[in-house]
Ligand binder design. Structure first.
Ligand code: NAP
Length: 235
């Protein structure tokens, strides 16, 4: 029997992250649904259990160095390390209609803490183990709002954070060439979640699909790419 892959998903309690957990569990991966709030995380875990999907829950605030260290230690001890990391947790803190000239330094700091430094710290904590085992799939939930080729006005802190996350994807992918670890960014499109709002055209199923595909890529899959609907898109 093939080895059961271990997948860590951040922000798994709702929205696209919850759906990624569901789809990965359906595919037979051992999913670690993580969330910063224990009550909300356990409620999500119970909801999946009600569908016959057994996932583990671990509390993880991606802005907490202590939580990240605890997660890495736990995974090393219990499972020999993670195989898949889905950096899904994210925030959009720009007030409606915000512009560069009125944006606040604090908003950049708080946004980068969750959308950039969190994924960075998780990669630094979990990739060394992936390297030892010569297998890893890292999926960074980015956004079209982070595309330099299509950069427009508004939501500056969020845009900066997602463009910066894309830099990590490309740089780390290049650094890990030939190690068996594939690192990619994806854009889920505009999805009906708390972040996307009720008028977004896409379902969470559609939003999660490309992330799940990247999380389960075969050995010869792409690395260092940016995808939407399983197709490469410009940076
Ligand atoms: P969402 O509904 O707002 O959910 C965000 C998730 O991230 C929640 O589970 C939230 O936890 C978690 N989170 C936020 N800060 C965290 C932290 N410090 N530690 C741990 N978890 C944290 O967002 P979504 O629409 O599902 O978006 C998921 C990802 O897709 C994000 O990275 C987002 O930027 C990206 N994206 C979304 C869209 C869209 O249209 N929805 C478009 C492009 C990209 P709590 O419940 O505790 O707040």
């Amino acid at each position: 029997m093939a080895e059961q892959r271990i997948a860590v998903v951040t922000g798994g309690n709702r929205g696209i992250g919850f759906e990624i957990c569901r789809q990965l569990a359906r595919k037979g991966l051992r999913v670690m649904l993580t969330a910063r709030n224990e009550t909300r995380g356990k409620a999500a875990q119970r909801k999946l259990a009600g569908e016959g999907l057994e996932v583990a829950f671990l509390r993880l605030d991606v802005t907490s160095a202590r939580d990240i260290t605890a997660l890495a230690r736990f995974l090393d001890k219990t499972h020999g390390g993670p195989d898949v990391l889905v950096n899904n947790a994210g925030v959009m803190l720009d007030p409606r209609g915000s512009r560069v000239l009125d944006s606040k330094t604090k908003a950049y700091q708080d946004t980068l803490a969750a959308n950039f430094y969190g994924p960075l710290a998780l990669m630094q904590a979990l990739v060394p183990n992936m390297k030892k085992r010569r297998y890893g799939r890292i999926v960074n939930l980015s956004s079209g709002l982070g595309q330099l080729s299509d950069m427009g006005a508004g939501t500056p802190t969020y845009r900066v954070s997602k463009t910066a996350l894309n830099v990590l994807t490309r740089t780390l992918a290049a650094e890990l060439k030939g190690t068996g670890i594939l690192v990619n960014s994806m854009c889920p499109g505009w999805v009906r979640t708390d972040m996307g709002g009720p008028n977004a055209p896409r379902t969470v199923e559609q939003g999660a699909d490309t992330a799940v595909w990247l999380a389960t890529l075969p050995e010869d899959g792409p690395s260092g790419g940016f995808f939407r609907d399983r197709k490469a898109i410009p940076w």
